[in-house]
Each structure stands twice: as C-alpha cells, then as structure tokens.
Ligand binder design. Structure first.
Ligand code: TXA
Ligand code: MG
Length: 330
C-alpha cells in the first residue's frame, strides 16, 4: 500500500483537562498515536513497548526506520529500568529532569522496549519532560512513551496543535491542544555511551549549563560511520519549509520573505525576538518558519532569508536548526 492509499482517520482534538488526558491515556494503551505538547515541541507519542504502535509512528511521519526515537518517562527514577546510568548521567538527570534534556545511555538488559525504538542500537535515548500536560499523559498512561517531534519527517517541528494538524491530520488518533510550547526547540541530547560526554544535539538546555554541572567540556559527536544507524545531527537536511532557506541575510531582497532576528532588522517580514532575546527567539523559531513559509506561498516567493543569530546560549540550538533547514535537500 502506498502512502497515498493509506486510509485517513478522524483525528480527535482533545483539550488537556481530566477527560482529555484520560482519553489520551486510553488511546495510547490501545496502541494508538497521540500528539502531546511538551515544553520543547509537540511529540507524537506511542507505547514504547508496543511494536505495532511504534511502527505506526514511523509510518505516520514517513520517518526512516534507522532513526531511533526518544523514550519519555513519567519520572527520573524509571530511567534505570531501561538504561544503564553512570555517574555523569545521574548528575545530569538530577540537574535537568524534568526538562529539555535527553540522555543517550547503554540499554539495560530486559528493558522490554520495542527494538524499533532504538533502531537496533545498543543505546537508548531517555527524557523526562517538564510540561504539565506531557507529565499528566505519562502518568495516565503509566509507562514509557516513544515520541519524536509530531511533524512529517524532515519538515519544520510543531510548536502548536495547529502545526501538528497541518502535517498529520488524519494520520494520528488524537492531538492534545496544550497551547504553544515554551522552549520551542527540541531537547539537548548528550551521549554517554563511551566514557566521555558528547553533545549530539544542541537544544533547550544550554551547553554551558551542562558543562557547568559536569565540570568538563563536552566532546563532539563521534564522526559519522556509514555502517552505523544514524544519530542526531547526521541528517543534514531537516526542518525544511517548502521555500528554500538562505542564512545570514542582512537586508530585505525581492522575491524573498525576510525573517529578522531583532528590531534592528529594518524591513523584516517577521522577527524572532524584537528585543534580541535568544530564549524568546527559540520559542518563536518554528512558528516563525511555518509563518514565513505560508507568506512565501501566498506571495509566490521562492526564498526565505534569515538574519544572523548570535552563536551563544540557545543560539546554538537555533543556528543548528536553521543550518539544517537551509541544507541541500536529499
Ligand atoms: O525535545 C525533544 O527531544 C522532542 C520532544 C517531543 O521530546 N523530541 C524529539 O524527537 O526531538 P526526534 O525524534 O525528533 O529527535 C530525536 C533524536 C533523533 O535525532 C535521533 O536520531 C536521536 O534523538 N536518538 C534517539 N535515540 C538515539 C540513540 N540511541 N543514539 C543516538 N541518537 C539517538
Ligand atoms: Mg524531529
């Protein structure tokens, strides 16, 4: 069956009250897919122990099966059931969970997770989200939830329920509308599988804060090994809008929607943060890209230009996402 033949379902719109959260828990226990707000972006959740449910996540997103998912847990004390946490992992969990940090640790024997979650790797990505709705759903469900960002693979990540529906309406059982996500970029991913801490993806927790807790500098990800399944940052083109993205644009141009950084960008169509605040810019990033894309479509513009963003704090995560949005598409 091709994607075009896949029958569409009625996607339930749930509000995050007791009834909506209970319904989400019930759907997840039945192996269905539910988009849930987290503090970073909306996640497309499924029972991490159920092969069919996890396979459904890959199918709904059009995600390559070699790209593993993050396992979301109700509380930090659950991490030991699925992973082997060393002293560094424990310090980071203590400092940043619940919150926008994902730890890659060795898989624990007898973990009970679907092998699809880890794409056959010997490690697992664990995160305890902070968003009250995500936490309520995890409690109602009572187990581990696999949840990638709730967007078609390779497209802009969703920070509102409307973004989720724009990409996945009819392909998932339900979306819980918890409003806009506060952080706006995905979790920071730290690899802890080979004795040194590695930054696998810049994200919602600043690199400086992670290094301060560990008392050491983070190492880069190991170089890409073509024989290994992919890890974050290795898919060069990602977060791509329909229009092509050009970086470091410092003035408006014809045929281009210009996304400015701060209020110094005269003539910008959209601005990430008028006061030049990186936290606010991160929270606005994906919504601004969605809006810029809609604007480009309505004007028949082929390009989205983006002003330079300072490379510090959350600027690392923002520039990482922008670089991949601008990468040649494979
Ligand atoms: O903030 C977030 O992390 C959001 C919310 C929903 O929690 N989730 C998210 O998931 O961004 P996703 O699937 O879009 O990104 C997860 C990244 C992928 O790049 C994947 O390759 C990586 O985590 N990953 C998962 N397991 C891994 C592992 N065992 N080793 C290396 N990378 C792993
Ligand atoms: Mg994603």
């Amino acid at each position: 069956m091709t994607e075009a033949d896949t029958p569409l379902m009625q996607t339930e719109r749930l509000i995050p009250d007791a009834v909506g959260v209970a319904r989400a828990g019930e759907l997840l226990r039945a192996g269905r897919l539910v988009a849930v707000p987290t503090e970073t972006v909306y996640g497309l959740a499924a029972d991490a122990r159920n092969d069919l449910a996890v396979a459904g996540v890959f199918a709904a997103k059009g995600r390559p099966l070699f790209n593993p998912l993050i396992v979301h847990l109700p509380q930090a004390s659950d991490a030991d059931r699925y992973g082997v946490l060393d002293a560094m992992a424990r310090e980071l969990a203590q400092a940043f969970w619940p919150g926008p940090l994902t730890l890659i640790v060795p898989l624990r024997e007898g973990h009970g997770l679907s092998p699809l979650i880890t794409a056959g790797l010997a490690s697992v990505a664990l995160r305890v989200p902070a968003h009250p709705v995500a936490r309520a759903v995890l409690q109602a469900f009572g187990g581990p939830l696999g949840a990638p960002s709730a967007n078609p693979s390779g497209r802009i990540s969703p920070t509102t329920a409307a973004h989720v529906l724009a990409g996945l309406d009819g392909r998932i059982a339900a979306v819980l509308d918890g409003g806009a996500c506060g952080v706006g970029v995905e979790s920071t991913i730290i690899g802890l599988t080979d004795g040194v801490p590695r930054l696998l993806r810049a994200g919602g927790v600043g690199v400086e804060a992670v290094e301060a807790v560990l008392g050491q500098t983070l190492h880069p990800a190991r170089p890409v090994d073509a024989t290994q399944p992919t890890a974050p940052g290795q898919l060069a083109s990602h977060y791509a809008p329909g229009a092509a993205v050009v970086l470091n644009v410092t003035a408006p141009r014809d045929g281009m929607v210009w996304l400015g950084f701060d209020d110094g960008c005269d003539g910008a169509d959209l601005t990430l943060s008028a006061r030049g605040d990186l936290t606010e810019a991160a929270a606005n990033l994906f919504a601004a890209l969605h809006r810029a894309d809609a604007l480009a479509r309505s004007r028949g513009a082929a390009l989205i230009g983006v002003a330079p963003v300072p490379q510090s704090g959350l600027g690392l995560a923002i520039n990482d996402r922008l670089t991949r949005a601008a990468a040649p598409r494979g």
